[in-house]
Ligand binder design. Structure first.
Ligand code: FAD
Ligand code: DLZ
Ligand code: SF4
Length: 511
């Protein structure tokens, strides 16, 4: 009686639900398949990351005496889709049943749900309890609420898991210290270097495979340096705890020309693969606070990202899929400009975000939200195209986390499910939070004229063209008031400038 135990590319946890109660004749099935490597044109380093981590995990399972049927990308028998690989293994091992763990993507879950019909075997799909809030728990929390706000969800998670709590109240008598976490970086400040990992033999082989097969994808496989094992992920996280957590809060929203990582933790690639555990991470950060090695604004800010935002975003994805992937509340239609792939733009802030993205398959949150995301929002880029880009270019991108962040938080295409207002900003915000403008061909103080920062005109054009939509939203009252106060001639000139920028975009001209 052989049971197939399915482990997908982002399910590399030894405690995974589908790996529990393994019998001696059970077979773990893992498969590298072309379909998963190409359903969007993933960054070369993202493919290396997933395949190299999968190979290391399979080796760890085998070292524990577990039988693993592992399909490599270049195996001649590879059918190159997850469902057909599982069906092939079911026949090969004359399996009597299949056990899987909830996939991270709706598309893959549809595949798993079709397995019974494809194989004629019973299929059990177990809850993915690596997440701290199950899908039913989130649905129960959401039921009957008029709006779903992360902040209230987060407080419940803090209480439920007893994190940063003292006698039933939040540590520091405040749930959220965000107001302290919006500082600009002091000039000349150099962030500690984050550890990068030299490829071993397994990873080197994957790098060569990816370079050969996906050489036309964005990024260089040979620059790969992300953690691919539990041990590497743990040491990367410990370096964050001891060297960067202390200032995580202060400079969480800051950007610096030439700096790719600043004080961010860089744990998303490992967390999302299953190389780190969310609860462990939060407890370790909490210990740093109690030990006095990191202040509360940093620790609370960090824990809110993992316990709050990460779980909330996943909850929204499963609550609202499959309809969520079609939402386009602002009716955005424009094609994604080429500079999202090439970085060829005179807008320094965008060029820097794309440069880091291309180099590392990484950009930090504010670059994703307030630079590339903000530009996409203001310019009215189609959410399908923007989603495809974010899903492709970041090493931590899986649809459950990418889509609500992109379509919801950055583009407001969900009409206010993830956030209560669009994160729209002019150049002034970027100038406040970074030193990019000092290196830019454009002048951040100008809204019209040949050197005017494109974000300025696009911002006012965005507010003006959506004014009716935003009228009933109290959080949009300030920008609408600003719009109303603008002299008609100035508004007309600003909107004409925006029109010229958008026309240039449509014609593929350099901006
Ligand atoms: P840190 O800044 O150090 O934060 C710590 C951890 O908190 C992260 O590793 C992550 O696990 C979690 N976290 C923080 N913010 C969020 C959030 N908004 N949603 C979910 N988790 C969060 N994150 C992904 O993991 N995958 C994605 O595909 C992804 N796409 C995004 C797309 C857009 C448009 C935006 C605005 C954000 C996206 N994020 C995504 C969220 C966030 O930007 C990344 O998690 C973060 O930049 C990863 O870097 P870090 O590990 O250094 O994070
Ligand atoms: C992202 C990715 C890539 C590039 N390759 C594979 C693969 O070869 N095999 C696999 O099982 N998973 C891969 N993944 C992850 C999947 O696309 C998808 O995100 C997860 O299966 C969802 O749980
Ligand atoms: Fe970006 Fe405008 Fe500043 Fe240039 S001037 S870096 S385009 S915000």
């Amino acid at each position: 009686m052989t049971t197939l135990r399915i482990v997908l590319g982002d399910q590399l946890s030894h405690g995974l639900a589908s790996l529990r109660d393994l019998g001696p004749s059970d077979v773990v099935v893992m498969a590298e398949v072309q379909e998963e490597c190409t359903y969007v044109p993933h960054h070369a380093q993202k493919i290396v990351l997933v395949l190299a981590a999968m190979r290391h995990f399979a080796a760890e399972l085998r070292a524990r005496g577990i039988n693993v049927a592992y399909t490599r990308l270049d195996d001649p028998d590879n059918t190159h889709a997850l469902r057909s690989e599982i069906a092939r293994r079911a026949g090969e091992f004359e399996a009597s049943r299949i056990i899987a763990t909830e996939p991270g993507e709706w598309r893959v879950e549809q595949d798993m749900l079709g397995l019974e019909a494809a194989t004629g075997l019973p299929v059990e799909i177990r809850q993915d309890d690596r997440f701290l809030c199950s899908r039913p728990q989130f649905a129960a929390w959401a039921a009957g609420r008029k709006s779903l706000r992360m902040e209230f969800f987060y407080r419940e998670m803090r209480r439920q898991h007893d994190i940063l709590m003292e006698d039933g109240a939040p540590c520091g008598e405040q749930w959220n210290f965000d107001a302290e976490n919006r500082k600009r970086l002091p000039q000349g400040l150099v962030a500690p270097t984050a550890p990068r990992f030299a490829p071993d033999e397994i990873t080197t082989e994957v790098i060569a495979l990816v370079a050969q097969r996906f050489g036309n994808h964005i990024g260089k496989a040979s620059d790969f340096a992300w953690p691919v094992t539990h041990a590497q992920a743990q040491s990367a996280f410990e370096a964050f705890l001891t060297q960067r957590l202390e200032h995580f809060g202060d400079w969480q929203d800051a950007m610096q020309d030439g700096s790719d990582f600043l004080f961010h933790s860089l744990i998303s690639t490992s967390l999302n693969l299953g190389l780190l555990e969310a609860l462990e991470i939060c407890r370790a950060a909490e210990r740093a606070y109690h030990a006095g090695t990191a202040p509360l604004n940093a620790v609370e800010g960090f824990i809110r990202q993992v316990l709050g935002w990460r779980e909330f975003i996943r909850g929204i994805y499963w609550l609202r899929m499959p309809g969520y992937r079609h939402l386009n509340a602002l009716g955005a239609t424009r094609a994604l400009p080429d500079f999202y792939w090439t970085g060829q733009t005179r807008m320094r802030c965008v060029a820097e975000a794309v440069r880091g993205t291309s180099r590392n398959a990484y950009a930090h949150h504010i670059q994703r939200l307030m630079i590339t995301g903000n530009f996409a929002l203001l310019a009215g880029l189609h959410p399908d195209e923007v989603d495809r880009w974010y899903l492709a270019v970041y090493a931590d991108a899986y649809e459950w986390v990418e889509m609500p962040n992109t379509r919801g938080m950055a583009l407001f295409a969900d009409g206010g499910v993830v956030g209560s207002k669009p994160y729209a900003a002019s150049g002034a915000y970027i100038n406040k939070m970074s030193d990019h403008c000092g290196h830019c061909a454009y002048d951040v103080k100008q809204a019209t004229g040949p050197r005017a920062c494109p974000f300025n005109a696009l911002y006012w054009d965005f507010i003006a063209r959506n004014a009716e939509r935003f009228r009933g939203n109290p959080r949009m009252a300030m920008p609408l008031m600003g719009l109303a106060k603008m002299a008609p001639a100035r508004l007309a000139a600003t909107r004409a400038q925006a029109g010229a920028v958008l026309t240039a975009l449509d014609h593929g001209e350099m901006i």
